[in-house]
Design a protein around this ligand. Sequence first.
Ligand code: SF4
Length: 203
Amino acid sequence: MKNQQLLLNDIAAEIKYCRKCRLHEAACQGVPGEGDPSADILFIGEAPGKNEDLSGRPFVGSAGKFLDSMLNGIGLARTDVFIANIVKHRPPKNRAPKPDEIQACTPYLDSQIKIIKPKIIIPMGQHATNYILSRTGADFQNISAARGKLYERVWLGRQVIIMPIYHPAASLYSPKYKAAIKEDFQKIQALMQECQREYKVNK
Ligand code: SF4
């Protein structure tokens, strides 16, 4: 059987030539996601932006730098986690992805989750959280109400902990959001430590 990285490479190759929705038309390239192919923690954003579209990598602009600093602050590097988006091509003028685009694209994310098998999923922002919580049957009102809460759900046949946070781009516009994201990263660190303890006990 192929290892996890090779399976993720196969998905990235499919995304490169994907024409299942209109988003590929204005984008430079697909942005499948990157990181540890067996990461315990998966961060999911909404869609690639301009810098991501140009580089083919997720979260490389100002919001990405903030995300990196948050990860570093809890002792993680980008290579310790996996970072992806719910849609893989950049929507024109950074508009929100439409429901039919999300429907067309999210089988790629589902396949990535089945391969990576993360224990913790962190949706970032309104659209990613709405998609993930509604897929797992959880009630979703808005990101302000959901952020920082823990949802223990079964998704794609596995038990996962989902903890939504504000999108890192929100930190660029308001100190209030920046403070909330910092607070939520402390919770992520505690969650990681708890998962590692459980893993040792169950081993
Ligand atoms: S956004 Fe997703 S579904 Fe649409 S063309 Fe790109 S990879 Fe395919």
